[in-house]
Write a protein that binds this ligand. Structure first.
Ligand code: LHQ
Length: 269
């Protein structure tokens, strides 16, 4: 385990996967600039580590993330014309793009409240597991802001306009159970079982066909703005790439030999 930027992030390199933990529990892991920088660096390191085949993102303490640390972006301190767009352009948007662009599964274990940008960063991850006690809050309207970090995009696509508008305009908390029932997240897990289940999933992905996972993620993400024809073409191209991988060769051999496949996650060039 290592820590960076005064431990705003804990970064643990496990067997085949990395665990990244937001670590400002006294502030419900809300983001200051140090935490943003440390998180970016941690994801960059995971991306560059050839042995890393999945990332597990979670929060320390009783919350997952309460979005922006409002003490750090207090208009009273920012002067007459604060530019929150700059904060978004500098920190939040690159983070969402980094998670979506990572060529491996990113699991989010939402261990407690996920509010504001914290909720939407969770939604940017590929598989979201939430503790039964967790909740998702689009807190923005309560402080006179609009949802960011992809919130309007994720909510409208995953839930439809009616629920997206109601959640964002009212700022009402959505329970983990309801979030799963509505298809906003993958699964609710009992609080005490959350980490074990998330770790098991990370370990499973770490033994999987990493190239195919990355390509699958790319295709699913493109689907919502693609036409069927575009998706058919994209799938053909990605399948061509996957078909040249060692893992495809191994997967088919293992199937024909009636044994468990041993994937390396590496492609043959
Ligand atoms: C916090 C925070 C927090 C600082 C809890 N900041 N301390 C992008 C660009 C630029 C600017 C603005 O924003 C954005 C994107 C955004 O994310 S906007 C949305 C920002 N987040 C919020 O508005 C959520 C604010 N937090 C809350 O509403 C509550 O804390 C929730 C509902 C998350 C949890 O409530 P409780 O379980 O009752 O906990 P709490 O309120 O007692 O919080 C515990 C501590 O954490 C407390 O500190 P204290 O010293 O009193 O113990 C809070 O002040 C602190 N904290 N969120 N965002």
């Amino acid at each position: 385990m290592s820590a960076a930027d005064n431990e705003t992030i804990l970064h643990e390199r496990c067997e085949g996967w990395h665990r990244i933990t937001l670590n400002r529990p006294e502030k419900l892991n809300s983001f200051n600039e140090a935490q943003h920088r440390a998180l970016r660096a941690a994801f960059n390191e995971a991306a560059a580590d050839e042995t890393c085949r999945a990332v597990l993102l979670t929060g320390a303490g009783r919350g997952f993330c309460a979005g922006q640390d409002l003490g750090d972006r207090d208009p009273a301190m920012l002067g007459d014309s604060p530019d929150l767009g700059l904060t978004i352009e500098t920190f939040y948007n690159p983070l969402v793009r980094q998670i979506r662009g990572l060529n491996m599964p990113v699991i989010c274990a939402v261990n407690g409240v996920a509010a504001g940008a914290g909720a939407n960063i969770a939604l940017a991850c590929d598989i979201v597991l939430a503790a039964r006690s967790a909740k998702f809050i689009q807190a923005f309207a309560k402080i006179g802001l609009v949802p960011d970090s992809g919130g309007t995009w994720f909510l409208a696509r995953l839930l439809g306009e009616a629920r997206a508008k109601a959640l964002t305009l009212t700022g009402e908390a959505l329970s983990a159970e309801k979030a799963a029932e509505w298809g906003l997240i993958w699964r609710v897990v009992e609080d005490e079982a959350l980490m074990a289940e998330a770790e098991a999933l990370a370990a499973r992905f770490a033994a999987g066909p990493t190239l195919a996972y990355g390509l699958t993620k790319q295709a699913v993400q493109a689907a919502s703005s693609n036409t069927l024809d575009q998706s058919l073409d994209l799938e053909r191209n990605l399948q061509r790439e996957a078909g040249r991988s060692d893992d495809y060769r191994e997967g088919v051999s293992a199937f024909l030999e009636k044994r468990q496949a041993v994937f390396t996650g590496r492609t043959r060039r």
